[in-house]
Design a binder for this molecule. Sequence first.
Ligand code: SIN
Length: 305
Amino acid sequence: MKEIDLSTKLGEITLKNPVITASGTCGYGQELEDYMDLEQLGALTVKGITLQAKTGNPVPRIVETPAGILNSIGLENPGLEGFLADKIKIIKGYQLPVFVNISGYSIEDFVLLAEKLAEISCIAALEVNVSCPNIPGGGLAFGTDPELIYQITKQVKAAYPGSVIVKLSPNVTAISDMAIAAQEGGADIISLINTLQGMAIDLERQKPVFANTFGGLSGPAIKPVALRMVYQVAQKIKIPIIGMGGIMTGQDAVEFLLAGASAVAIGTATLIHPDAPLMIIKEIKAYLQDKKINNIQEIIGKVLN
Ligand code: SIN
């Protein structure tokens, strides 16, 4: 049998395989270097950055659920300055596309980040996070309003010459409207889904576990929701999709590809098995081998009407 071609395209960006790390689950790459050869990945998406450094929310920040986790990290990150001073030199050494996730409290924040990051040639794309459920006055406030998604995308595109990914929230009624707004604003790629808003209660204190009350649910519990949303969005937009949400195995990843995703991102699985993305690449390959398919493109969107 011929070597299986796992390569895929996200607009202008070619990935050697469709498996990417989800933002917030691989730090800035270096944190996972002891567990896997990062260069075997399709791409790496680093933890979101904001203009100013953030210490994040008070602990506890993670709660286990029967089929996943709730997180309330609160975008802890070194800020643009810290990122440029300490992280970029590491990222520069990686021989694979690196996507940088950005968050903000206003459209101006996103534009300023985009302008500054436009000067860094080793970044393959910006992932605009309009979907963080854990910061007041930012994130989700943007991701549930199609007009704001359109405006942020349009202004980031005007400030940034490279590829722009818009990361959508599932905490909406009509996910396709959000994806269409991003496409109309000029997005090159859509990624979905971020976490589903949830909560946990501490029975001893009789209070919410998180200082912020709500957190974001990820892991296997959200996979059916994520898959449904990827399928719906893929029917409505022309730009490529990175599918994510509870992908734990290669079989899960193949479902997202069949539903119309051109690539997949792995998040919670990596928190359990730090080399999960590499195992998933192997399992996707084994699935294709078993089905006697030589090129992954043959399955992308196969389930769409
Ligand atoms: C966080 O840092 O709170 C999570 C980021 C996100 O969900 O976008």
